[in-house]
Ligand binder design. Sequence first.
Ligand SMILES: [Zn+2]
Length: 205
Amino acid sequence: MTAKPSYIYLSKIEDVKSEARRQSSRQESLKYSQHLQDAAIKIGALSYHELRARYRKSVDSTPIAKESGDAICPDCDFTFSPEDKDDVRDHRRRHENFDHYYLSTGHRPNGYAARESMKKKGYTLIEEGSELEGWEMVIQSWFDRSVFSYIESGKYKHHPSFSKYAAMIIGNNVAGCSNCKKLVEKYGQKPGAIHEGETYWRPSK
Ligand SMILES: [Zn+2]
């Protein structure tokens, strides 16, 4: 993603919200919306509304045009028509959830094409004898797909970290990965946390 001078990240909005919450607890006579407004102005925005609009614009400017006329977003892997208002709205909603996940974990899950090539490379490494490195790549591609599916369901807060997820996958011996001793030693095993034979983590109800 190329940073543009006017580009703003979700972290800016979240900073403003934290500052507004802080001020709110100190000065309860003012409404939270007023604190939001003040916090936004303090960092140089015209208003909180204007800051949100700038973030929306930033999100809209992230996708890359495809030859077909559609666009694909490198951050959230969404392909859509930039001319279609509903598509643009769907992209903003989805992208913001991906940004929230990134803000809380520091990780941007790989999209479909990158995942597939990572998995392929992983299996090649396993065949060549670099088992630990290979399995880590394969599990990373499953992990990213699992994270994608979770965020696509509208959530972003509770997906387990890579190392916890790896222990779940190893615990169920998915594709025979628990035969790799180094992998088991590094991550441990947590059987039953992911349905047998599956690679998607799902929140327990
Ligand atoms: Zn996006």
